[in-house]
Ligand binder design. Structure first.
Ligand code: CP
Ligand code: NVA
Length: 303
C-alpha cells in the first residue's frame, strides 16, 4: 500500500527515529541512496517557498529522480478543476507528489484520490517536513531527544500544531505559549495530549511565555503572520511579550538554551536581530537539514 506523509503523526515513533538516523547518515553520503531512480516527483506549490521547494528539488535529483516544479496558479486547479480529478490524472504520470497549499482537507483529498505517495510541504494546519528536520537538528545538536524541553512561543499556527504531535512522538517535553485567541488547533491539541500521555512526556499550553520558557533547552518560534494571512497584519499588536529577545531567553534559567526558527524570519517581530544572529548557526542547520531529512523520508515512503 502506498504511504503518504500528511502529518508527523503519520509516522510511528520508531519510524521517526529511523528516518532521523538515516537523514544524519545521508548528510555524510549525499548520493548514496538512489531510491528515486527513474521516478518523477511532481511538486505543486500554491504558496511561495524557498527552502522546501529547493531542498526537495535537490534531494530528488540526488536520489536519481526527476523533480517537476508545478506552480499552482499555472494548473487547472486555479480554474476550478477539482482535486479528485487532478489527483487521478497526476497519478497516471507521476510516482509521487509534494504539495504546499492552504486547506489541509485539499491535501487529504489529493492523497485519498491518488495512487502515489503524497507529501505535505505545508498546509494551514501542518508543516510536518519542517518538524522532521527540526527533530533531526535537535538530535544532531544535543546527541539525544528524550527529556529535553522545547518551548514554542508565538502564533498557534501550522508549526505549533505540528510540534504538538511531533514533540511527544520524539520524546520531547513541550510548552506552547500563544496570546489569548491565538491558541493552536483544538484537534491537534487533543491528539498531542493523547500522544503525550502514551509516551509519558510533558505537554503544556499556556498564554504566559515566561512560564513556558522556564527550564527550556530549546526556544522555538515562527512568524506571527503566516502565508495566506497577509490581510491580518493587525494581529501583531496582540503579540506583545512574545518576542524572543534576551530578556525572555534569560527566563529559561539555563545558560545553554538554544533558539530555533523554521524561517523565513521577520526580525523585529517574533525575534530580535541580535538573538537571531546569536543562534544563526543552528537556525541555518535547521534549513540545511530539510534536504537530508526529506531524502530520508522519501527513501522510507518508497521502501
Ligand atoms: N521553512 C520553510 O518551509 O521555508 P519555505 O517557506 O521557504 O519553504
Ligand atoms: N507559519 C508559517 C511557516 C512558514 C514556513 C507559514 O505558514 O507561513
Amino acid at each position: 500500500m502506498k504511504k503518504d506523509f500528511l502529518s508527523i503523526s503519520d509516522l510511528k515513533r520508531e519510524e521517526i527515529f529511523e528516518i532521523v538516523q538515516y537523514g544524519l547518515h545521508l548528510k555524510e553520503h549525499k548520493f548514496s541512496d538512489r531510491t528515486l531512480d527513474k521516478k518523477s516527483i511532481g511538486m505543486i506549490f500554491m504558496k511561495p517557498s524557498t527552502r522546501t521547494r529547493i531542498s526537495f528539488e535537490v534531494g530528488i535529483y540526488q536520489m536519481g529522480g526527476q523533480p517537476i516544479y508545478i506552480q499552482g496558479s499555472s494548473t487547472q486547479i486555479s480554474r476550478g478543476e477539482d482535486i479528485k480529478d487532478t489527483a487521478r490524472v497526476l497519478s497516471r504520470y507521476l510516482d509521487g507528489l509534494v504539495i504546499r497549499t492552504f486547506s489541509h482537507k485539499e491535501i487529504e483529498d489529493m492523497a485519498h484520490y491518488s495512487d502515489i505517495p503524497v507529501i505535505n510541504a505545508l498546509t494551514d494546519l501542518h508543516h510536518p517536513c519542517q518538524i522532521l528536520s527540526d527533530i533531526m537538528t535537535i538530535k544532531e545538536y544535543f546527541g539525544k531527544l528524550e527529556g529535553l524541553k522545547l518551548a514554542y512561543i508565538g502564533d498557534g499556527n501550522n508549526m505549533a500544531n505540528s510540534w504538538l504531535l511531533g514533540a511527544p512522538l520524539s520524546e520531547l517535553n513541550l510548552s506552547v505559549a500563544t496570546p489569548q485567541g491565538y491558541e493552536p488547533n483544538g484537534k491537534a491539541v487533543a491528539e498531542g495530549l493523547k500522544l503525550a500521555d502514551r509516551y509519558n512526556t510533558h505537554l503544556e499550553i499556556t498564554n504566559n511565555p515566561e512560564e513556558a520558557v522556564k527550564d527550556a533547552d530549546i526556544i522555538y518560534t515562527d512568524v506571527w503572520v503566516s502565508m495566506g494571512q497577509e490581510g491580518e497584519k493587525d494581529k501583531i499588536k496582540d503579540f506583545e511579550g512574545f518576542q524572543i529577545d534576551s530578556n525572555l531567553l534569560s527566563k529559561t534559567g539555563k545558560k545553554d538554551t538554544i533558539v530555533m526558527h523554521c524561517l523565513p524570519a521577520h526580525k523585529g517581530e517574533e525575534i530580535t536581530e541580535d538573538i537571531f544572529e546569536k543562534f544563526s548557526d543552528i537556525i541555518f542547520t535547521q534549513a540545511e537539514n530539510r534536504l537530508h531529512a526529506q531524502k530520508a523520508l522519501m527513501s522510507f515512503l518508497y521502501k
